[in-house]
Design a protein around this ligand. Structure first.
Ligand code: ME8
Length: 646
């Protein structure tokens, strides 16, 4: 099986930002996923370097366009490795072989009668670099650039796009997956329900020199879109290259909705005219906004990917964008949102599962992977859940529903955390007759981690690599068979030794709003400030870190003799202990069982009315009409007992 995945080639009139990073992370993740499935994959990105916009940007910097494009193109190329994005090919439209092929194609399309010369008066938008129709305008303005287009009358060359309208409609109707998600397919079909105008594909050199000269008229250069779209072919060595034969039949393009029309209408009609089969799929996503506002230079909220990596870490950024955006819909970036995901999903759910499991294997089995004994019913249920996640993940990843693929993985992570709670390895460890059962539980958890690490490789290559290394696995050897049905369980060899790994995902402090300073990552705000020494009543951070705050689960409650206020609670943190709390006036014993509360777990034990209390439960104290009311503290979602609070 073969995959060819492309991103748009980005204009070099601006530096890379979160939007470019998102599309490119998507393509990179998809290419890694397909490699995980054992496919032969080619992933291409690059830069679009001709046209009005570029000349304008170069003029602003007072440098020749050639120099300007080299500089910005390099910025794109240098940004991708920072995000662990690894394209197989980085194409530039100023590459000589691209230029030569574009000219050959123009000549071919001209020769077959699909290009004609005409005088045209139209409304030209410089931002879009094209003529707009009256219908497209919103209150006289270009809908994307909010400025009125200029009326221009000039002689130009036109491509007979209208000749292929019906053929394109038929193709879209017959191939429901050609444009996805469906809303964009419908949008294109609706646009095609009106007669299609021919496409102006030249610009007179009197107006624009920075472009590919038409092979049949040296007074004109090519319209930038006719040049740019062809990159998807020239990057494969079209028409002769072996890569063209191998990869073109499976081409999949990823774009945002801003460039739906060139990709869904211009490009397929151009291919029809050239006699080249159409690409296989167009995947269209929505926009990233920032704090619910459009990203824009003038607002100063443009988010820079390199700075995001510095601020939040590579794995967190990749995970966040893929988990947060429903592919096809718009999404909003904010510091709070990314910190929230890091702390809840990564540090808490996955990080804790990993560190607890590794710590238990260390403690109970000296760091050696145990051989599983018989699987009891609840082990079997858990094992099946691991097996069921894989096809859900695989299908969602194949369909560009990345957020759902990750949801499936995190459902399993949640289940694994619960599996620890219900199977109580710490209790099994105390009972010599339960040795085999403890082996099975630990082995099952390790296997779950192995599979989670492998399916996360496309999304978070670094963190997943550290997870597999900790499990003592060679990253490469183990990967491909993962997605083969039936080959999922049992990849870990009993007897092999776990490797020490530092904390996978450190917790992040909350950050300020993302509307940041111009040119910085929006919301790039310094880490929490040190407390000035002169501030009385404040404690230094390390005093706080001495507190061992944990989530405890109440499993039994007894009244304390001769006391009306005290209850003796048996809690799991995760080992069982007794904590005495003065809450009898506010809670009945029965309503406390099963609750999760926050406790100070490292208080020196103290005797209260004859009962030793090993910790303290945190409560809120509310004053109501001069009377105090106590309310138990808790966490906003069920977590494994013993989870650390920080
Ligand atoms: O259009 N949210 O280049 P471009 C999500 N050169 N994605 C975004 C985004 C946002 N706010 N902003 C940009 C061009 N993107 C042409 C393409 S292809 C033959 C020629 C991403 O630099 C998204 O992928 O304006 C969008 O389609 C692309 O950048 C536009 O990049």
């Amino acid at each position: 099986m073969t995959t060819y995945i492309t991103t748009p080639i980005y204009y070099v009139n601006a530096q890379p930002h979160l939007g470019h990073a998102y599309t490119t992370i998507v393509a990179d993740t998809y290419s890694r996923f397909k490699r995980l499935c054992g496919e032969n994959v080619r992933f291409q990105t690059g830069t679009d370097e001709h046209g009005d916009k570029i000349v304008e940007a170069a003029e602003r910097e007072d440098v020749p366009p050639e120099k300007y494009v080299d500089r910005i193109s390099r910025m794109f190329r240098d940004t991708w490795p920072l995000l662990e994005i690894a394209p197989d090919n980085f194409i530039r439209t100023t590459d000589p072989d691209h230029i030569a092929t574009v000219r050959d194609i123009l000549q071919k399309v001209h020769d077959n009668g699909d290009i004609y010369f005409d005088e045209y008066t139209g409304l030209y938008c410089r931002g879009c670099e094209r003529f707009l129709t009256d219908k497209e305008l919103v209150e006289g303005n270009c809908p994307d650039h909010q400025v009125p287009p200029k009326e221009i009358a000039e002689q130009n060359y036109f491509f007979r796009m209208s000749n292929y309208q019906q053929q394109l409609i038929d193709h879209i109707r017959e191939n429901p997956d050609f444009i996805t998600p469906e809303r964009y397919r419908n949008e294109v079909l609706s646009f095609l329900s009106e007669p299609l105008e021919d496409l102006c594909i030249s610009r007179p050199k009197s107006r624009l020199k920075w472009g590919i000269e038409l092979p049949f008229d040296d007074k004109f250069v090519t319209y930038v879109w006719f040049d740019a779209l062809i990159n998807y072919l020239t990057g494969l060595g079209y028409p002769e290259g072996q890569d063209y034969a191998t990869f073109w039949p499976v081409a999949e393009h990823v774009v945002a909705k801003d460039i739906l029309k060139p990709h869904a209408i211009y490009w397929p009609t151009m291919l029809m005219s050239m006699g080249v089969p159409l690409y296989k799929k167009l995947h269209v996503h929505g926009y990233w906004n920032v704090d619910d506002t459009k990203m824009s230079k003038s607002i100063g909220n443009v988010v820079r990917p390199g700075l995001l990596v510095e601020e939040y870490g590579l794995d967190t950024l990749r995970y966040f964008v893929l988990r947060e955006m429903s592919f096809g819909l718009d999404s909003s970036f904010s510091s709070d949102a990314i910190v929230g995901r890091q702390n809840a999903d990564l540090a808490n759910d996955l990080g804790n599962l990993y560190s607890r499991t590794m710590a238990m294997v260390q403690k109970y089995r000296g760091g050696k992977i145990p051989a599983p004994a018989d699987y009891e019913k609840q082990d079997e249920v858990f094992r099946q859940a691991v097996g069921l996640m894989i096809p859900v993940y695989r299908e969602a990843m194949s369909d560009f529903r990345f957020h759902q693929a990750l949801q499936a993985v995190w459902d399993l992570v949640g289940m694994a955390n619960k599996f620890i709670v219900v199977s109580e390895p710490w209790t099994l460890a105390k009972d010599p007759t339960k040795e085999g059962r403890l082996d099975t539980v630990l082995y099952s958890l390790l296997e779950c981690l192995r599979i989670v690490a492998l399916v996360l490789q496309p999304v978070m290559p670094t963190a997943a690599g550290r997870m597999t290394a900790g499990l003592g696995l060679d990253k490469k050897s183990d990967v491909t068979r993962l997605l083969e049905p039936g080959a999922n369980w049992g990849g870990l060899a009993p007897g092999s030794v776990l490797q020490p790994v530092e904390s996978l995902f450190p917790r992040l402090e909350g950050r300020k709003k993302t509307k940041g300073r111009k040119g910085k990552v929006a919301g790039k705000v310094k880490k929490a400030k040190e407390v000035p020494e002169s501030d009385e009543g404040l404690i230094p951070f390390d005093a706080f870190t001495k507190l061992d705050l944990r989530v405890a689960e109440i499993v039994a409650v007894k009244p304390v003799k001769k006391s009306e206020k005290l209850l003796a609670l048996t809690v799991k943190v995760p080992e069982e202990r007794t904590i005495v709390a003065g809450i009898a006036e506010y809670y009945q014993p029965a309503e406390l069982i099963g609750r999760q509360v926050i406790v100070v777990a490292n208080l020196k034990p103290a005797k209260l009315m004859g009962v030793t209390s090993q910790g303290m439960i945190l409560v809120a104290r509310e004053q109501v009409d001069g009377k105090e009311r106590l309310v138990l503290s808790t966490v906003s979602d069920a977590v494994a007992a013993g989870s650390k609070i920080s």
